[in-house]
Design a protein around this ligand. Structure first.
Ligand SMILES: [Zn+2]
Length: 442
């Protein structure tokens, strides 16, 4: 691709980041001002003549040739905060432009029957880069849990803008799956369009379903009859009593392990394979040729653990997985199967789905779980969200308040948090690539 075309595409990233879409989003999200950094920032939060003047001056001062030469030298001066978007639609556009600018091949899968809040399509977008005949591959997933996609999307954009694909071994390709749950991302929910948690959905529904007994004991407390009245107060007392009797870890496990009996409840695994689950399996089978023997997956999540720390959570499936993951990623790896992680054991995970889709590969599946706010506050946001959707209120102010609560529970819109999660993810991408480079048949 001619360099001036690539630069023009990078320019579109800038215009999306700095331009017409953001002021509208900022207005929709009270208090979501970004920290000021330069004249271009003024244009983001206050679309006025001063900002426009700064933007024009900025372009004139840099000069196309100057920026073009920096890009040619592999230098980009797009700040990390610009990798992160204000909403699903902007995130999708940014991902597409970053992927195309880096020379990736894009594929789009549209979710039928649903639109975003502005009546625009909802899609899973896939960017593929690297050799056409790989024997190993890196897959990076974002938005498995909808609203958590703010984080994952930003890191995926950085992958392309910062050319992290250069870390790939020569015989590898990378597949970046953007917004696996586009509905949840766009509508600020953790679950998908059917109220399903995708990370509990990859089970064989023709067989007996996993037990939901532990969750059943808590459901009425988790999703009370009212949110600000006597029903909520009684529910909170019930939850406190459960924690006192069984302990916090048993409490977490009962709620998050996955349940298959309450479609309006938390961590519902569904009654059938979701559109996202089927689409992911199809992507992995079609986009990764049979020559691929080694597969590293990084699945980007938020909402558990210390703020801005990314806990590497392995899902070990067999002998050697733990040893290999520790060799690749270091001793801080926690094994979900051994109940070591900040997350509790669960059924029907994405890891199960990847393993089902590609049983022929040596799979090293790692989730990076980035902390946001305290766990009980995250749980409160989830309860509010499920209450809202189980008994829809006609009050738009309540709906907006709960949507904002969800966004803030799963995404910290601050430059320090964004820098921490992006740096950590970039580091783990390098670790995965080094690990993949060492993989070989016995
Ligand atoms: Zn998650």
């Amino acid at each position: 691709m001619p360099r001036f075309v690539r630069y023009a595409q990078l320019g579109r990233i800038r215009r999306r980041g700095f331009g017409r879409e953001l002021p509208e989003q900022v207005r929709r999200t009270p208090g979501a001002r970004r920290p000021p950094r330069n004249g271009q920032r003024l244009w983001i939060t206050e679309p006025n003549l001063i900002g426009l003047t700064c933007w024009c001056n900025s372009l004139a001062i840099r000069g196309a040739e100057h920026v073009s030469s920096r890009f040619r030298e592999g230098i980009n001066d797009v700040p990390v905060a610009e990798y992160f978007s204000q909403d699903y639609h902007s995130a999708r556009g940014l991902f597409q432009h970053a992927a195309q600018s880096a020379g990736a091949i894009l594929q789009t899968f549209e979710l039928p029957g649903h639109r975003d809040p502005s009546n625009r399509p909802l899609t899973i977008d896939v960017g593929r880069i690297g050799t056409r005949e790989p024997d190993r591959a890196l897959v990076i997933l974002s938005g498995t849990h909808g609203v958590e996609g703010f984080c994952g999307s930003g890191c995926q954009v950085g992958f392309f803008v910062d050319h992290l694909c250069r870390a790939l071994p020569a015989s590898a390709c990378a597949l970046l799956v953007h917004a696996l749950n586009p509905f949840g991302f766009a509508w600020l929910r953790r679950v998908n369009e059917d109220g399903v948690d995708l990370n509990r959905n990859f089970i064989d529904f023709s067989k007996a379903l996993p037990s939901s007994t532990a969750y059943e004991a808590l459901h009425d407390y988790l999703v009370p009859t009212d949110w600000k009245g006597e029903g909520r107060r009684a529910a909170d007392i019930g939850l406190d009593a459960y924690i006192k009797q069984h302990g916090p870890r048993a409490f977490q496990s009962a709620i998050t392990g996955g349940q298959y009996t309450r479609p309006t409840g938390l961590f519902y695994g569904g009654a059938t394979a979701t559109w996202s689950a089927k689409t992911l399996i199809s992507i992995l089978r079609q986009q990764l040729p049979p020559t691929v023997r080694y597969l590293a997956v990084l699945d980007l999540h938020t909402g558990l653990g210390p703020t801005a720390y990314g806990e590497p959570i392995l899902t070990s499936r067999g002998e050697g997985d733990r040893e290999r993951a520790t060799k690749w990623y270091g001793p801080e790896v926690k094994d979900l199967a051994a109940d070591e992680a900040v997350a509790a054991r669960l059924s029907g995970s994405i890891s199960d789905g990847v393993s089902h889709a590609r049983p022929d590969v040596e799979l090293t599946f790692l989730a990076l779980e980035f902390g946001t706010i305290p766990m009980m506050d995250v749980l409160t946001a989830l309860r509010a969200d499920h209450w809202l959707h189980s008994s829809p209120t006609g009050d738009p102010a309540v709906r907006t308040e709960i949507q904002l609560q969800m966004r803030n529970a799963f995404y910290c819109e601050s430059a320090d948090w964004q820098a921490a999660v992006y740096g950590r993810t970039a580091d783990f991408i390098y670790r995965a690539c080094r690990g993949l480079a060492t993989s070989s048949s016995p």
